[in-house]
Write a protein that binds this ligand. Structure first.
Ligand code: UD1
Ligand code: CA
Length: 452
């Protein structure tokens, strides 16, 4: 079975009140339509047809990395008309899965259920029962069998009492779909070509029609405005939080965590409130993350403790390190095992060796720090001369006194000591003491200035 998807995304989304086409509005930092495309690919769809109308330039730019057929629907004449635009990309033997660019939360398992429900050469509809079905197309059944869908605006009083509604998502045989699309008319209350009319056609043609249901109602919800978008975001985040807990992380408050990407967690991880994850993050066992931390594209080893208000981006933290509060690891920072980074310490393209410490107010950029090094409070690597970046190398067991400036390129040997307040511009050999500061003079009888 070869799956072809048709994703409807031609609507303007006026109610978003936005320059951005609706389907590009993000859930968890990813455009809604990208969720839909990724979902289809994870099902093994072999081709993706994106029906677009408004905001073509923006769409093509933001979705450029996707392998999709761009199908223009110049005028939005209805959902049936929209699907019909993709006809040339649909083979007779395809299973066509119809999805919506503004319905991002459909789970793969639900779509699999729909595909499994699809009769050979038939039609399957994803339906839900709603307490308040108003606004939706209603599923008409006769002796339990689906015979049609009637849109709210075309429905009579009796039909409006039906609580089973059409989510819009369907799976259908390609050949039948194309045939039915050719027979659609716009003779209805909205003057649109309704995709939903193919259901009555299927019934008339004696084709078997089945249904499947999502496990959560949010899976079939769309976002027409920013209120609904925020509702989708919260639902999505609740699922991410749940998954983390199922996999071994304790969350101080599942409602106060945001996952905008993919987090893999070990066991016995503790995550405090207001932690934001972005990109791909891997947490080892027994990791503890304090409140208000941001972790992006990073790997955190077993037993690491990240204290409040720390930011880690594109970095690697190996087992049993501690960092923070208020630490910042920028791209290319690596903390080797058992190393410590304290408050107001920033590292960029820097390896902090095993057991080394930089506990207070420090900038380490383009630096290699050996093992068991102590970086004193206020140490700055001067890695930038205004034009070029240069390296600092610090050997094992070195001791850098507080408030030192290491002017790169420069090297501090193993076991070397830099006296506090030094400005180091030349290499310090192993085991040497470097004192590079003005000599202290104490003046007797000196008088403070007095006010004139
Ligand atoms: C549609 C269904 C309805 C279902 C509901 C679920 C039809 C006729 N009705 O109604 O049974 O309960 O979805 O939400 O299908 N679109 C295009 N081109 C068009 C028209 C629509 O791309 O010409 C896109 C829209 O951008 C939107 C989606 O298709 O993302 C649904 O269109 P919309 O007009 O909102 O359908 P509903 O009236 O809600
Ligand atoms: Ca409509």
């Amino acid at each position: 079975m070869s799956i072809t998807t048709v994703i409807l995304a031609a609507g303007k989304g006026t109610r978003m009140r936005s320059k951005l086409p609706k389907v590009l509005h993000p859930v968890a930092n990813k455009p809604m339509v990208q969720h839909v495309i990724d979902n289809a690919l994870s099902l093994g769809a072999t081709s993706t047809n994106l029906v677009y109308g408004h905001g073509a330039d923006e769409l093509k730019q933001q979705l450029a990395h996707n392998d999709v057929n761009w199908v223009l629907q110049a005028e939005q004449l209805g959902t049936g008309h929209a699907v019909a635009q993709a006809k040339d990309h649909i083979n007779d033997n395809d299973t066509v899965l119809i999805l919506y660019g503004d319905v991002p939360l459909t789970k793969k398992s639900t779509l699999e259920r729909l595909l499994n429900a699809l009769p050979k050469k038939g039609l399957a509809i994803l339906t839900v029962d709603l307490d308040d079905p108003s606004g939706y197309g209603r599923i008409e059944r006769q002796e339990g069998r689906i015979i049609g869908i009637v849109e709210e605006k075309d429905a009579n009083d009796h039909q409006r009492t039906i609580t089973e509604i059409n989510s819009g998502i369907m799976a259908v045989n390609g050949q039948l779909l194309k045939e039915w699309l050719g027979r659609l008319s716009n003779n209805n209350a909205q003057g649109e070509y309704y995709l939903t009319d193919i259901v009555a056609m299927a019934h008339q043609d004696g084709v078997e029609i089945t249904s499947a249901q999502p496990s959560d109602i949010m899976e079939v919800e769309g976002a027409n405005n920013r209120v609904q978008l925020a509702t989708l975001e919260r639902a999505y985040q609740a699922w991410q939080a749940e998954e983390l807990m199922i996999n071994g992380a304790s969350l101080a408050d599942p409602a106060r965590i945001d996952v905008r990407g993919k987090v893999t967690t070990g066991q016995d991880v503790q995550i405090d409130v207001n932690v934001v994850f972005e990109g791909t993050v891997t947490l080892g066992d027994d990791v503890v993350i304090g409140p208000n931390c941001v972790l992006k594209d990073c790997t955190i080893g077993d037993g690491v403790v990240i204290k409040a208000n720390s930011i880690v981006e594109d970095a690697q933290v190996k087992a049993n390190c501690t960092l923070g509060p208020f630490a910042r690891l920028r791209p290319g920072a690596v903390m080797e095992q058992d190393s410590h980074v304290g408050n107001f310490v920033e590292m960029k393209k820097t390896v902090l060796g095993e057991g080394s410490k930089a506990n207070h107010f420090t900038y380490l950029g383009d630096t290699q720090v050996g093992q068991k090094v102590n970086i004193g409070a206020g140490t700055i690597t001067c890695n930038y001369d205004g034009v070029n970046k240069s390296q600092t190398i610090i050997g094992d067991n070195a001791f850098i006194g507080s408030n030192s400036s290491l002017v790169a390129p420069v090297e501090i040997g193993a076991m070397a000591t830099v006296a506090a307040g030094s400005v180091i511009t030349n290499k310090v050999e192993a085991e040497q003491l470097a004192v590079a500061r003005g000599k202290q003079r104490n003046l007797n009888g000196w008088k403070r200035p007095v006010k004139k």
